[in-house]
Design a protein around this ligand. Structure first.
Ligand code: MG
Length: 390
């Protein structure tokens, strides 16, 4: 079954203040947008992701888009949420049968919740994640400017609706067409109005919507309170210096008479960082993933191997927390190029350069490094991902 995801991030989201749009606000170093997309990107069941963004972000997409492994299409959103979703529906692959819609303001959705909504929609056409009401629920009414209790509702009948919401594509298209432009705060409402039942499936308390600064603070607390899994990986590489080869370190070409010997561009920094990142994710090592004898990677820029490895690691739900690199060599002086290397590595690792460190050491004249025969790199990577207690 062809299943598509629409992540709705088309809103202006200025309510949080601070001059940064809501979808680009960070929680634990990653944007709400990235956190909302990641569980869909990690799901084997999702064949394509339609990312509905404000028009200026479609024109100049945020870095995280390059890291999405699932086929992705960017679509400019409309004025209202339902216009954005309609734009997303227009971009679905023709073979799409089920569409899952998720709000980019919900950064902690889990694969389990996504799976439940898909299964229910496949069975009955339409489903939404929801939570039962645990508090007593009252309906309010306003009298002389004061809000009074109008009625106490039967709590058992009240559910608080979340996203994801999943639908058979034909059913949702029909409901959107019949909706005739009337306002709706979610797609389930349109389907209900069209007379089709919508099934409620168990949501997740952590899958809350970030709408206020308090919510943002709560989201930060959740991340820092260990609701994320932290992994550490180590990488090491050594290459011999030879005359007449270009020297490339951390994706940066460094002019000079000598470079490093190797099958690829021999970028030992990228090799060590790739191994550190793969190691942290338990995703194998550089030799396994990019064998020397495979034509696909022959003559490849090693920074592209790192970009590919990062994609594989993101597919498992991980993001880089930080990376620290030590380059041991007599020449060149690493300090002079460390800033540029950090920039290049940060671009590929999809984090701010502040989270990347590159330091130089010398061999103090001792051993093969000290004699200038070889260059050694040590790298350590810390990765995080939301823990999924399904
Ligand atoms: Mg190497």
């Amino acid at each position: 079954m062809h299943i598509s995801a629409i992540v709705a991030a088309g809103g202006k989201g200025e309510r949080l203040g601070g001059g940064v749009r809501k979808q680009l606000r960070t929680v634990g170093g990653r944007t709400l947008l990235e956190r909302s997309v990641t569980p869909f990107d990690g799901s084997e069941r999702i064949a394509e992701i339609i990312l509905v963004l404000p028009a200026d972000l479609v024109a100049s997409p945020p870095d995280l888009v390059r890291g999405i492994r699932t086929p992705v299409r960017l679509v400019a959103g409309g004025g209202r949420r339902q216009d954005s979703v309609a734009a997303g529906l227009g971009a679905l692959a023709p073979e799409s049968e089920i569409v899952v819609i998720h709000d980019a303001a919900r950064p902690f959705c889990t694969p389990a919740v996504i799976g439940r909504t898909i299964d229910a929609a496949a069975e009955c056409g339409a489903a939404t994640a929801a939570l039962p009401a645990f508090d007593t629920v009252k309906e309010g009414r306003v009298e002389d400017g004061a809000t009074l209790v109008g009625a106490t509702l039967q709590r058992e009948r009240v559910f608080l609706v979340q996203t994801p919401q999943a639908f058979r594509v034909d059913l949702l298209r029909d409901a959107v067409a019949r909706g005739g432009g009337a306002d709706a705060t979610d797609e389930a409402t349109l389907v209900e109005r069209a007379g089709h039942p919508v099934r409620l499936v168990q949501g997740d308390v952590r899958n809350f919507k970030v709408t206020s600064r308090d919510d943002l603070a709560l989201a930060e607390q959740l991340v820092s309170a260990g609701q994320v899994e932290t992994r550490v990986g180590l990488g090491y590489d050594l290459h011999r210096f030879v005359e007449g080869r270009p020297l490339v370190l951390g994706g940066v070409s460094i002019p000079g008479p000598r470079g490093l010997l190797g099958h690829s561009d021999a970028d030992a920094v990228c090799h060590a960082v790739t191994d550190a990142v793969l190691g942290a994710a338990g995703a194998g090592d550089i030799g396994q993933l990019y064998p020397d004898d495979e034509d696909r990677w022959k003559g490849a820029a090693s920074i592209e191997l790192l970009r590919d490895a990062m994609g594989a690691v993101r597919k498992l739900g991980f993001a880089v927390g930080n990376v620290d690199v030590v380059v041991v060599t007599e020449r060149p002086k690493i300090r002079a190029v460390a800033g540029t290397m950090r920039q290049r590595l940060a671009e590929v690792l999809l984090v701010a350069p502040e989270r990347i460190s590159v330091k130089g050491k010398t061999g103090e004249g001792v051993g093969e490094v000290g004699r200038g025969e070889a260059l050694v790199v040590h790298a350590i990577a810390m990765l995080t991902r939301p823990s999924d207690n399904t």
